[in-house]
Design a protein around this ligand. Structure first.
Ligand code: NDP
Length: 268
């Protein structure tokens, strides 16, 4: 019988995950079906329970349910525990296992697809929400020269940095000082077509500006280009976090390069 998986979110119609997982399944010869399911805002856990009862084997979770998925999981991976959010659920023996593959997805995109290993880099992470929280530990694992979290609400940045010890500094946008080799935009500002108020001299020579948002040019990427930085959007992260989830479920690692290339071509 074909194994069933799904991504749950609200909204969800825009999701590229069904196409990505269908491509992975074809490539690796795995017999699975993956669909997008719109969960009511007050009905996430009921939607998951119904999917499990119907034989679902696993699920991805996106906005706004990642923290609810964290609370729903009976068992958590270490990385999900540190992230405080879950984007990948596995159902086995009636138990719910929660994992978080977002950070691994970002690091894989940087290292494998962009040849930008964060090792030794001065990193600035913009934002202190779920996405920022999920990527801090995987970035620290690469041994950067430093990591600063800057957020519109500085208190949230300080609270987040405090979870990771003295290796992570925190501030508001107005207090930013110094130059960075890698600037990751994990704010939702791009969704609103806005640019966080950043200093013009933020980028070190040869810096990369990475916007987790994908599918359109953003004010952040335009700002970075104006100030001499190379740019990347979050499409590679999306595909890499999906590949990591696929590996969690199936024990098989798909080749992401042709899938990223296909999505980039479709976007043109
Ligand atoms: P959250 O709602 O958890 O956090 C939002 C963050 O953005 C907060 O730090 C908030 O600051 C900040 N923010 C919101 N609006 C503005 C603004 N106008 N100016 C400056 N800062 C702002 O969202 P997530 O962390 O879940 O997601 C953030 C982004 O990352 C989204 O665009 C999402 O699509 C993207 N993402 C991409 C992934 C991928 O695979 N490519 C994976 C996961 C996320 P404050 O604390 O002050 O409210």
């Amino acid at each position: 019988m074909t194994d069933r998986y799904a991504v749950f979110g609200h909204p969800i119609a825009h999701s590229k995950s069904p196409a990505i997982h269908a491509a992975f399944a074809r490539q690796t010869g795995q017999d699975l079906h993956y669909e997008a399911i719109l969960a009511p805002l007050d009905g996430f856990s009921a939607s998951i329970a119904a999917f499990m009862a119907a034989g679902g084997r696993g699920a991805n979770v996106t906005v706004p349910f990642k923290e609810e998925a964290f609370r729903l999981a009976r068992r958590l991976s270490a990385r999900a525990e540190r992230a405080g959010a879950v984007n990948t659920l596995s159902f086995g023996g009636g138990e719910i296992f929660g994992d978080n593959t977002d950070g691994a997805g970002l690091v894989a995109d940087l290292v494998r697809n962009r040849q930008r290993d964060p090792a030794g880099a001065r990193i600035l992470l913009l934002g202190a929400g779920g996405a920022a929280r999920g990527v801090i530990e995987p970035l620290l694992d690469r041994k950067p020269a430093g990591l600063v979290v800057a957020n519109r609400t500085p208190g949230r940045a300080r609270e987040l940095a405090g979870l990771f010890g003295p290796g992570v500094a925190a501030c508001g946008f107005g207090d930013l000082e110094g130059r960075f080799d890698l600037v990751v935009n994990a704010t939702a500002a791009s969704l609103a077509g806005e640019l966080p108020p950043l200093p013009a001299d933020l980028f070190a020579p040869g810096a990369l500006a990475y916007d987790m948002m994908y599918g359109r040019d953003t004010p952040f990427l335009a700002f970075a280009r104006t100030h001499g930085a190379a740019t990347a959007d979050g499409l590679g992260m999306l595909v890499e976090q999906a590949a990591e989830a696929f590996f969690v479920w199936r024990g098989v690692r798909p080749d992401t390069a042709p899938v990223i290339a296909r999505l980039q071509a479709d976007a043109c």
